[in-house]
Design a protein. Sequence first.
Length: 262
Amino acid sequence: MSEGYSPVMPANAYNWVAVWHRNFLAWRKVALASVLGNLADPMTNLFGLGFGLGIIVGRVDGTSYIAFLAAGMVATSAMTAATFETLYAVFARMDTQRTWDAILSTQLTLGDIVLGELVWAASKAVLAGTAIWTVAAILGYAEWPSIVYSVPAIALTGVVFASLAMIVISLAPSYDYFVFYQTLVMTPMVFLCGAVFPLDQLPSTLQHVASVLPLAHSVDLIRPSMLGRPAGSVALHISALCVYAVLPFFLSTAIFRRRLMR
């Protein structure tokens, strides 16, 4: 890449919209398949674990296990949708399809592209998480008014995990390396962060570890709202998620610059 591509920060507050719109136009051709694909895994977990294991477990934290699990699946669905969109679709546009090269030939900067991709991945996370939330609400496992509080938390979750995945694709030489992130980071996080069972069931050391993981903060924001309960430490959870969103954005953008200018 030439030195003309060196700016790495967004040029202004709205250039990223062009990247988002480009991705939307490409996505709408396969929208149905994309939505169904994002819903399959969390819905299977919700009904399989919720009804199957729920019979054995009974009530958890004063509510039915499937209601407890539903909030975890909403957060997990947002995490998964944003992560997989970034790992595979964004990586393809950056590396295989060379779409980023074409965009960098315009007035957009690398920062504009990364920001646009983050917002697009978060949009898919909102779509996936809201769909699971809607199913839970129809079945009576979520309070309908809580959508006002749940959707912003779902969106922030999407931005966080898209931003973290940006670091992965900025470093990964090929698709083959994504499996390490999925199996060593994402899967343990699901079981450590209170999505499937309460954190207080974990050993104290793991509770401390889980308390700093981003999915735990997402679950702690989404679950109380879905169950109609007051949420505690809201400012702490939002601040932690914002840190997880912002720092990886700057780090990944710097790494992308070095990678694209080789």
